[in-house]
Design a protein around this ligand. Structure first.
Ligand code: BGC
Length: 742
């Protein structure tokens, strides 16, 4: 038994190498000097973010009058410059505007949805995608993006899981930091950068039953252990801004939550960046039933430490009155303004406010397009392959399915700036690769929700005359993303029927699934000979898919989320607790004898119909080669509470093609003063091996990596016994044991 005595309090694990920007004394004194000159109205103006497209009189007057601090959604560089000129040259104090936009997975060159990027398990690629997005967007004047979204997402019904890095806290932390680094670089003041906005603070991904905006009840331990670490990592990485979430947490909406926004973010983590509300989230504290009216909402937002009001117009309309009535101290306003001005100084906007019109817009460069292809390739997860992939001596391909030639939908959610004409679909790419005569295109269904089965016969006919059938199935972009949750996460429309009919032709059937979320596709994958889960891949999805099917590239994606067998299993995540009666001896629904007794199924933790566990586990993904994992070797079988051990494993490519593999480190704390998860990801490394090549992969595990939060808000390392795995997914591997000693 482990004892609490002698426990060690320790700091959270650090991710990445970016350092939080230190407060710069010179900058702070410039901010103080400006504040001294500002009227209360001008201060409140800085706290107001306003949507606007176009150079309207109303906007010009607001900008000149100092009534707006940031403009959302203007992407015309000439208008950006004209409005900026009003701010810099025609407003009393010349404070520049900051222009913002949701650049979520690319600006013009669209990368895979963040969930698809997470499937690469490749922080360098995620960073590169963000870098390219920043170069493109900043070239029209966008210096602030509302990304990354690091909400840990354990529920596939939630539409915004598409924007997340999936269900794991550690993976989300690492990839969130990579994205921030890509947007901001080490020097945010350079023109090609964008300020990141880490969102949604906090627990938005925990929306009850996966319904968007829904309430959350989060005990302190769960908050600290699962939902907050990616945000803390973002603070350490210097994320210039944060955004509140829409939801309430334990009854308090985030935009009026001083515990989150002041106690944790500012006091505990020492954050000196800027906190913006979500769209209208200050006003939404009224329908939440937390505020009586907009004035009350402005009061609660300001007191909770929300610096900038996005689209509620609560601050511009009510903060002055609240200060005059003595309900909000001017020093509180000053602090909020300071945070906004600090962002503008950090972005270098005072020195460099304008878009350089002489520089060409940097869209769709060769570098951007090939990075986009590579990201789809590395994030496509091969779920199943009975040998049909990669194609061998294929002369005729029947290309079917509603997503095979759908530029809009392959791009995925949140693509405001998508230019469809730049997208390459599987139809285009396969035709280019194999020739026009080799690809017979018969979509069968017009769009993913299409229930009209009339076109299926043509697809079946095409299948009969082909060597292989590729069905590009999935869900349209609009079926995931904000406010697009689903209670049924199966393939919509008549897609399953179509798969059944294609299967009946007896031709080799390859399923490619383009989607914004984990879907219940086990039945369909079972019918197919191969299944490739590509998520929504963006501009270059088609090229990457053609490369993968043909073997020009090799799949190496691993699931960043569990794929359920049935939707009723959601929320589903690999790092659950064991329960007192873990699943064993399952008797499933069709095997229960008539009039069997209540206890006949064994009384363990599983579903009568879905059994236990996912269809495909977190971390899972096949390759065109095979990898052999050797025994795990530990540098020591015990460590002290402030010690560390090294865990190593030799991984060998035992197949015939060179390929990448993500080697994953999992740990289980066997006995704790609080029950610990059955497994937790503690490290990973993506390696590339030639056929026959072996590599030793080494992880350093610090005792502090094993720390967990107690309900007393302490992070402790407890002595005791642990299991450790090094494996290719969360469901395989043989554990070795080690101890943490007093
Ligand atoms: C979303 C945010 C987004 C904002 C601005 C909101 O509806 O929740 O994630 O950044 O709109 O467009």
């Amino acid at each position: 038994m482990k004892r609490l005595a002698g426990m060690l309090l320790c700091a959270a694990v650090a991710f990445g190498s970016v350092a939080a920007p230190a407060k710069d004394a010179e900058m702070e004194s410039k901010i103080d000097a400006l504040l001294q000159k500002m009227t209360l109205d001008e201060k409140i103006g800085q706290l107001n973010q306003q949507t606007g497209t176009g150079y309207s009189d109303a906007m010009v007057n607001a900008v000149k009058g100092g009534a707006v601090g940031s403009i959302l959604n203007e992407v015309d560089p000439e208008i950006v410059n004209k409005l900026q000129k009003e701010a810099v040259e025609n407003s009393r104090l010349g404070i520049p505007l900051v222009f913002a936009r949701d650049v979520i997975h690319g600006f013009k060159t669209i990368f895979p949805i963040p969930l698809g990027q997470a499937a690469t398990w490749n922080p360098a690629l995620v960073e590169q995608g963000a870098r390219i997005a920043a170069e493109e967007a900043s070239s029209v004047g966008i210096r602030w993006t509302f990304s990354p979204m690091v909400d840990v997402s354990r529920d596939a019904r939630w539409g915004r899981i598409a924007e997340s890095f999936g269900e794991d806290t550690y993976l989300s932390s690492v990839l969130g930091v990579a994205m921030i680094k890509g947007y901001q670089t080490d020097d945010l003041s350079q023109p090609g950068t964008m300020a990141a906005c880490t969102k949604h603070f906090a627990c938005y991904g925990a929306a009850e039953a996966g319904k968007d905006y829904n309430t959350t009840w989060i005990p302190e331990v769960l908050l600290r252990e699962v939902y907050l670490p990616p945000f803390e990592a973002a603070v350490k990485a210097g994320s210039a801004t944060f955004m509140c979430s829409f939801n309430d947490i334990n009854g308090v909406p985030s935009s009026g939550n001083p515990y989150l926004n002041r106690t944790i973010l500012r006091d505990e983590w020492g954050y000196d960046g800027m906190l913006v509300s979500d769209w209208g989230s200050i006003q939404q504290m009224i329908p939440h039933g937390f505020c009586t009216d907009l004035k009350d909402a402005a009061l609660k937002g300001a007191l909770a430490g929300v610096d900038m009001d996005m689209e509620s117009y609560a601050y511009v309309n009510h903060l002055k009155e609240l200060v005059e009535e003595g309900k909000v101290k001017e020093s509180v306003i000053d602090e909020m303004v300071r945070n906004v001005l600090r962002l503008k100084f950090r972005l270098g906007l005072f020195e460099n406010p304008y878009v350089d019109m002489a520089t060409a817009r940097n869209f769709y460069t060769g570098k951007a397009l090939s990075a986009a292809v590579k990201t789809v390739e590395e994030g496509a997860v091969l779920l199943k392959n009975n040998g049909v992939l990669p194609f061998k001596q294929i002369k005729k391909i029947a290309l079917v399915g509603p997503m095979a030639d759908d530029k809009h939908n392959q791009a995925g959610t949140w693509c405001f700036d998508l230019e469809k004409e730049h997208c390459v679909t599987p139809l285009q790419a396969l035709t280019e690769m194999y020739g026009k005569d080799a690809v017979v295109y018969a979509p069968g269904l017009e769009y993913s929700r299409d229930k009209n089965e009339q076109g299926i016969a043509e697809a079946v006919e095409a299948a009969k005359n082909a060597d292989v059938v590729v069905m590009v199935a999935g869900e349209e972009a609009v079926l995931s993303g904000e406010a697009h949750s689903r209670a049924d996460i199966s393939l919509p429309g008549a897609q399953t029927k179509m798969i059944e009919e294609l299967k009946a032709t007896g031709k080799p059937l390859v399923l490619v699934i383009m989607t914004g979320r984990p879907m219940t596709i086990a039945y369909e994958a079972n019918l197919a000979d191969a299944a490739l889960y590509t998520f929504h891949g963006g501009t270059m999805a088609g090229s990457a898919i053609a490369n993968l099917l043909s073997g020009k590239s090799v799949p190496s994606g691993k699931l960043p989320v569990s794929l359920p067998k049935m939707v009723g299993q959601e929320p589903l995540y690999y790092n659950h607790k064991n329960t007192g009666r873990p699943a064993s001896g399952m008797v499933l629904i069709d095997d229960i004898p008539l009039e069997a007794s209540q206890t006949s199924t064994g009384c363990t933790s599983y579903y009568l119909d879905a059994g236990d566990g996912p269809a495909f586990p977190f971390g899972y993904g096949l390759s065109y080669t095979t990898f052999e994992y050797g025994d795990v070797r530990l540098s020591d079988d015990s460590m002290g509470k402030d010690g560390k051990i090294e865990a190593a494993c030799t991984v060998k490519n035992t197949g015939s093609v060179a390929a990448s593999e993500t080697v994953q480190l999992y740990v289980r704390d066997l006995v704790g003063s609080l029950v610990r998860p059955v497994k937790e990801l503690k490290g990973f490394e993506k390696i590339y091996l030639q056929p026959g090549e072996s590599r030793e992969v080494k992880f350093t595990l610090n005792a502090s990596d094993l720390a967990f939060w107690t309900s007393a808000k302490e992070k402790i390392v407890e002595p005791g016994e642990f299991d450790l795995w090094i494996s290719g997914d969360s469901a395989s591997g043989t554990p070795v044991k080690f101890n943490v000693t007093e």
